[in-house]
Write a protein that binds this ligand. Structure first.
Ligand SMILES: *[C@@H]1O[C@H](CO)[C@@H](O)[C@H](O)[C@H]1NC(C)=O
Ligand SMILES: *[C@@H]1O[C@H](CO)[C@@H](O)[C@H](O)[C@H]1NC(C)=O
Ligand SMILES: *[C@@H]1O[C@H](CO)[C@@H](O)[C@H](O)[C@H]1NC(C)=O
Ligand SMILES: *[C@@H]1O[C@H](CO)[C@@H](O)[C@H](O)[C@H]1NC(C)=O
Ligand SMILES: *[C@@H]1O[C@H](CO)[C@@H](O)[C@H](O)[C@H]1NC(C)=O
Ligand SMILES: *[C@@H]1O[C@H](CO)[C@@H](O)[C@H](O)[C@H]1NC(C)=O
Ligand SMILES: *[C@@H]1O[C@H](CO)[C@@H](O)[C@H](O)[C@H]1NC(C)=O
Ligand SMILES: *[C@@H]1O[C@H](CO)[C@@H](O)[C@H](O)[C@H]1NC(C)=O
Length: 501
């Protein structure tokens, strides 16, 4: 936190508190907590001053990378949509539109040659939320400015679809000068998939649906998604994607989850059943792999590949924000998963509130939520993660001011529910552990961070470390023995899970 801003809080005469107050049974309390967290978030953002260089407007302070601006504005558009608090809207509008670049596709010259597909996507996803919730367009901009931006990003990535190796897929980095150019990863392809899914549902245009199917099929066929819906980090096109880096990051499956839920909602008949099965598989994999790690915190969100080993970087510290964001948004369009998601995110939000008890303001958020206290860490990523898990409760309780993502007036969305049954998922057997050690040499992360791209560029390095014992699919997952998550699933999808339980 910034000393100056904390002084400002004191000067305003706000009483010192010991931790973020959150009563998950009270909508007012959730809104107030979200508002406190959003205030703390905006406190870190100073790039809207008259002295800010134009290339910095809309970006987060160093050492955070460019993509984080898109991530933050996406979270704050949701904050506005769910609470109707408008105070940050001018700042959000300014930030979101400051980085579009001359081609209006989020490739601004100042960051051009460092761009990964995923970096660009995070800004487009903020635009998609703006479209879906009807976020106001600033005076002087076209009424379709956000839609035009999202479509332009999508089109720029279609053009990069690369079937010169691996039978397709998007590379991580856009330019060959970057290490990471030969990494075909889940966040880039999953981000493209989510964009395509949301554009399909919003516009009704078949082209987007075709690309959503094509990108999903590619990820599945190449093994980035395994039959248990574990989602792995990436693969190397120099070896034709023949080996996979199995590192587990929470934003990979959750990125896919919101796309599959959108398509479950948008499609009909057997297509909808297929997307429902995928939605069920992904939400179950999210529950299995990213909540824990101890018996006393079995429903608390955490990042297994770095939190316990204390080596999360700035990017990775923000991933819980997207896990919360996309699990909760998926529940709105696939209500049959909402009961189990609600329990996981409610417990996580309560834990996050206790971890937001640092700094001299007493409500600065730390990184680890399973500790039951502030862990001494702070920053944009920590604050955004807590904000997103807390505000997601408004969606899950049906109390968000804007609950449903809109579509173009010409698009009809299916509203009838499918027959459901309740399925309990018991303690997994044969659980793997020891994630921290296994990942200490797999620092792969994206969206691209210059400091990590060297490690991330060579999937073969981490891939060749795999044991090759036929049990690789679970090698990097910690499965908390205590998870007893009850999912409401369609009878057909239930069969899929019997094999897992
Ligand atoms: C910068 O953003 C903050 C938060 O929205 C706002 O209070 C402040 O007035 C803005 N400053 C300028 C110069 O626009
Ligand atoms: C949201 O705020 C706007 C003013 O910004 C107001 O017109 C509208 O009625 C509010 N909606 C709800 C549901 O509170
Ligand atoms: C490769 O991709 C391009 C563009 O998507 C497509 O036109 C072409 O048919 C593809 N080639 C093969 C061999 O699949
Ligand atoms: C490369 O991988 C793709 C996808 O697995 C496969 O279809 C193709 O045959 C491989 N090409 C070579 C030359 O091994
Ligand atoms: C559908 O989307 C594609 C890709 O953006 C675009 O080229 C095409 O013109 C769109 N079709 C219609 C009918 O809008
Ligand atoms: C589709 O989403 C809407 C919310 O936008 C929801 O009310 C509806 O139940 C969903 N349809 C299905 C089949 O779950
Ligand atoms: C849960 O247990 C762990 C390990 O025993 C401990 O470090 C942690 O503080 C506990 N968390 C809570 C919320 O009590
Ligand atoms: C809805 O789609 C029609 C036809 O493509 C388009 O003219 C119109 O601008 C769209 N409306 C919105 C709000 O996106």
């Amino acid at each position: 936190m910034r000393a100056g801003s904390l002084l400002a809080v004191t000067a305003a005469g706000l009483p010192a508190v010991r931790s973020l107050q959150l009563d998950v049974d009270s909508t007012d309390s959730i809104r107030n907590a979200a508002s406190t967290l959003a205030y703390g978030m905006m406190d870190y953002y100073q790039n809207n001053q008259s002295t800010t260089p134009p290339t910095d407007v809309g970006t987060m302070p160093p050492p955070l990378y460019w993509w984080m601006g898109g991530a933050v504005w996406g979270g704050l558009i949701d904050f506005w949509a769910y609470t109707n608090y408008t105070r940050y809207n001018p700042t959000i509008q300014q930030g979101l539109l400051a980085q579009t670049g001359p081609d209006n596709n989020y490739m601004p010259p100042a960051y051009y040659y460092t761009l990964g597909n995923d970096d660009q996507t995070f800004w487009a996803l903020a635009c998609l939320s703006a479209i879906e919730y009807g976020f106001p367009v600033p005076e002087g901009s076209s009424s379709t400015v956000y839609l035009d931006l999202a479509i332009a990003v999508f089109n720029s990535q279609v053009y990069r679809w690369d079937n010169s190796s691996c039978s397709g897929g998007l590379k991580w980095q856009v330019f060959e000068s970057r290490s990471g150019y030969h990494y075909k990863n889940s966040i880039s392809n999953g981000g493209f998939f989510q964009m395509a899914s949301r554009l399909a549902r919003y516009t009704g245009n078949q082209t987007y649906l075709d690309w959503a199917e094509k990108s999903w099929d590619w990820m599945w066929d190449i093994g980035l998604i395994d039959p248990n819906y574990n989602v792995f980090d990436g693969t190397n096109d120099l070896i034709n994607c023949s080996e996979i880096d199995h590192t587990a990051w929470s934003y990979n499956p959750s990125m896919l989850l919101y796309g599959t839920a959108i398509l479950y909602n948008y499609t009909d008949g057997s297509a909808s059943e297929m997307w429902q099965e995928r939605t069920s598989g992904l939400v179950e994999a999210c529950a299995r792999n990213f909540f824990g790690p101890f018996d006393n915190t079995s429903n608390v969100m955490y990042e297994p590949s770095c939190e316990l080993s204390n080596d999360c970087n700035y990017d990775q510290k923000s991933f819980k924000a997207y896990l919360a964001r996309w699990m909760s948004k998926a529940s709105v369009v696939a209500p049959y998963i909402s009961e189990s998601v609600n329990r996981l995110l409610t417990d996580s939000a309560e834990a996050a509130a206790e971890a937001c008890s640092g700094g001299t303001d007493g409500v600065t958020c730390g990184q680890k939520w399973y500790t039951g206290e502030w862990d001494g860490d702070y920053g944009v990523s920590e604050q955004l993660s807590a904000l997103e898990v807390v505000q997601s409760l408004l969606l899950l309780d049906g109390d968000a001011v804007r609950q449903y993502p809109r579509t173009n007036e010409s698009v009809r969305v299916r509203v009838e529910s499918s027959p459901t049954t309740t399925l309990s998922i018991g303690a997994p057997t044969g659980t793997a552990s020891g994630t921290g050690e296994e990942n200490s040499d797999q620092t792969t992360t994206s969206p691209s961070a210059q400091s990590t791209s060297t490690d991330a560029s060579e999937a073969s390095e981490s891939g060749s470390d795999e044991e090759g014992d036929g049990n690789e699919s679970n090698a990097n997952f910690v499965l908390p023995a205590s998870i007893v998550a009850s999912f409401v699933l369609p009878a057909a999808a239930g069969l899929l899970f019997l094999g897992l339980a």
